[in-house]
Design a protein around this ligand. Structure first.
Ligand code: MG
Length: 237
């Protein structure tokens, strides 16, 4: 899983640096295909429940599961990249939202709140804590900044399958759910909207957008529970 995580981190970092006005979302998918192949890994997403691409690219009010294609990224857009890699039968899964060129102060605040919520969730992921301590930490971090957390999509356990038990909501009270133990691997992924938390699925059957058309962001890491600080598997060293 460390190897899968490192591959995901490296590819997302490369994609992040390639994002600029004028690039198409399909070009980002092509980069992902080439890089995965170079690492001897395969996309966790391609073919998952029929998903047609190797990477999810979701722009502005698109939250998750956007299908890369002809769309051209423009100055001021925010774009969420979500990718998973499978190597030797183990998965890594991570996401980030980046600005294209100069973005609005409100969009910048959204990105900082979502990334910060991920950090707060990770800090709560300690051996002996309850699963929902992560959920509560994420929710309180986001709502203190005036944004809302999505309810319909959640984090998850990860390992030999991309999506394993338990589900990890980004909201809820502390002290519920399973007790975290060393060796568990979890994908924490706050999804945050500037407006209301409601979402809808587009006509392609995949692309999830905010119901009110507000901007949204998504940050995810795969982590492992240890005796101390959680180990972030999808971070570049
Ligand atoms: Mg995930």
């Amino acid at each position: 899983m460390r190897q899968a995580g490192r591959i995901v981190a490296a590819i997302l970092d490369l994609l992040r640096r390639r994002i600029e006005p004028g690039i198409t979302t399909g070009e980002l998918d092509a980069i992902t295909v080439r890089e995965l192949s170079g690492y001897g890994a395969v996309s966790s997403f391609k073919g998952y429940r029929g998903f047609p691409a190797h990477l999810c690219v979701s722009v502005n009010d698109e939250l998750v599961h956007g299908i890369p294609g002809e769309r051209v990224l423009c100055e001021g857009d925010i774009v969420s990249l979500d990718m998973g890699a499978n190597v030797h039968g183990f998965h890594g899964d991570a996401a980030l939202t980046v600005g294209v060129g100069k973005i609005s102060p409100q969009a910048e605040a959204l990105l900082q709140a979502t990334e910060g919520a991920r950090t707060a969730g990770i800090a709560s992921a300690r051996s002996g804590a309850h699963l929902s301590d992560i959920s509560a930490a994420i929710q309180s971090f986001v709502e203190a900044r005036g944004f809302s957390v999505v309810r319909e999509y959640v984090g998850h356990g990860i390992g030999r399958e991309m999506h394993e038990e338990p589900q990890i909501p980004n909201f809820g009270p502390r002290g519920q759910g399973p007790v975290l133990q060393k060796g568990m691997a979890l994908a924490l992924e706050p999804m945050v909207n500037i407006g209301g938390w409601q979402t809808k699925v587009g006509s392609d059957g995949w692309t999830v957008t905010t119901a009110d058309g507000s901007l949204c962001a998504h940050f995810e890491h795969t982590i492992a529970i240890t005796d101390g600080e959680p180990e972030i598997l999808t971070r570049l060293d």
